[in-house]
Design a binder for this molecule. Sequence first.
Ligand SMILES: NC(=O)c1ccc[n+]([C@@H]2O[C@H](COP(=O)([O-])OP(=O)(O)OC[C@H]3O[C@@H](n4cnc5c(N)ncnc54)[C@H](O)[C@@H]3O)[C@@H](O)[C@H]2O)c1
Length: 387
Amino acid sequence: VTENADASRIRLGMVGGGAGAFIGVVHRIAARLDDHYELVAGALSSDAERAALSGRQLRLAPDRIYSDFTQMAAEEKSRPDGIQAVTIATPNNLHYPVACAFIEAGIHVICDKPLACSLEEAVDLGRRAKEAGVVFVVTYNNTGYPMVREAREIVASGRIGTIRSVQIEYAQDWLTELLEASGHKQALWREDPAQVGPGACAGDIGTHAFNLMTYVTGLRLNSVMAEVSTFVPGRKMDDEINVLLNFDGGARGSLWASQVAPGNENGLRLRVYGSLGGIEWDGEKPNHLRLAEYGKPPVELTRGGFGISGAANRVTRMPAGLPEGYLECFANVYFDTAELIRAKLRRRDPDPAAVLLPQVTEGIEAVRFVDAVIESGKSRAWVTTNI
Ligand SMILES: NC(=O)c1ccc[n+]([C@@H]2O[C@H](COP(=O)([O-])OP(=O)(O)OC[C@H]3O[C@@H](n4cnc5c(N)ncnc54)[C@H](O)[C@@H]3O)[C@@H](O)[C@H]2O)c1
């Protein structure tokens, strides 16, 4: 990762991510890895006592530990040393109101996925962010893996020809039983329509798969035909989706996302085939990428190894053979976000490489994908996505 010459750290706040939460700590580690941010404020939990305890554990100043994100946005806005960016790591239904509060305060937003629970809210966030002129990144973190960036470069270079087929799967098994009935916190809200909108598995991991395949291929999805299933008795929402994909330009594909596939921990796998060759990437072995140019022996490219592009090397920390993983890919998203924020603060153009990051537009597209999948599941017909 190249050095950024700016001396001051970006003052960061966080909403959600209190003690016992899953992804907030990943954001905090990611933000620190390149030392571009300093966490100085937080409304870290829905529970006031837990918010206070979590703030103390993170050594936040007492007057910057909030129990309410609206108050946090207002007070931080009025401080001379107020936060410049906020991370939103709450359940999905809060992304919209929290993002609105901080955009209103002119604070840059780093929001976890999916962007919102409805297309209406997602589009409204896009409008608000644009009007306020704030950076708005959506943490589709897989785009931060060097070998995913390499895959994107290979496709863009034309090395595998015209894309014909995109096959993506995201298979997990942690919801194989009715985990939400046991009170498991993360499972509870993920299967509650009031907290996630129309799609559960579709929104939680289906959108990761959607974002990854469109990021790598650069293709526009124009319609989907979906089966939306709820296999576990007693579950309120979908736990698996099977989707046929129709892209502009003639490419076809399929997307399988499941949270009830025993034996799969976090099985995200992308395969892209074109007229001249194919690539395959496995999210559980993210330091590698298989490239098969038709008529030649396939090769396994390695992060930091021979023949890797500048786009991937730019976000590579360790030499080949020393593994990088989930935390580093998240950190790469934070690294590029720092560049976007600093460019805004300095009124200069950002490094074009950082602009490739998933932002509010990609967040909106992913919410539209969920809508189309759910609609197709109900109507049992092809549904236009216009993505
Ligand atoms: N990018 C990824 O790979 C990835 C992975 C996991 C989760 N996520 C996303 O991150 C978000 C959080 O997921 P999680 O698994 O960490 O959930 P979680 O339930 O573990 O944590 C949610 C946190 O939000 C807090 N919260 C709830 N209401 C709040 C409020 N009003 N004010 C302040 N804090 C509040 C909770 O107290 C908790 O600390 C979700 O949108 C999820 O989709 C993304």
